[in-house]
Write a protein that binds this ligand. Sequence first.
Ligand SMILES: [Fe+2]
Ligand SMILES: [Fe+2]
Length: 191
Amino acid sequence: MNRDQALTIVKKQLGEGPRYQHTLRVTECAIKLAEKYGADIEQTELAAIFHDYAKLMPIDELKRRIELTNEDSRLLVYPPELWHGPVAARIICEQFGIANPDVIAAIRYHTTGRAGMSLLEKVIYLADYIEPGRSFPGIEETRELAEISLDQAVLKALSNTILFLLKKNASIFPDTFEAYNSLIIKGGKRF
Ligand SMILES: [Fe+2]
Ligand SMILES: [Fe+2]
């Protein structure tokens, strides 16, 4: 599937509003990161274009799709904001025939992260976090780190997210902690 075909499918699902505009910015940002850090450009483009495919689906529909498949059932006791990644991953595989496991994983885990993320998974996770339309405390530092080190930037995005959720007493999906821990340990810091 080429870029135009993918964009046509996504535009039909998301409309041309803010979520589609966000998708375009994530795609541009992800391609820059892919060029810098050596990820496959076509796979990056495809994963970025489809990453929020299920973002506007009603919560009931997302829930139904997670229940009907052998998706990680732990998701359902965590915030619904996490659900559109796994649902989109399944749809692009089953409905649109995108078979590349790394593209599918990058879409599936963009809402949570996970331990041992691939280069492509990190590129999509980070692009989604730092795309130019985003503005929240700590983002500039993450953008600066993205110029220097992909791992450090992803780690900053994960720790900002965890801190944000802690401060509002929200639950935190275990994969997000595991993503954080795996990058800390990879960086040689344990204590
Ligand atoms: Fe998303
Ligand atoms: Fe997104």
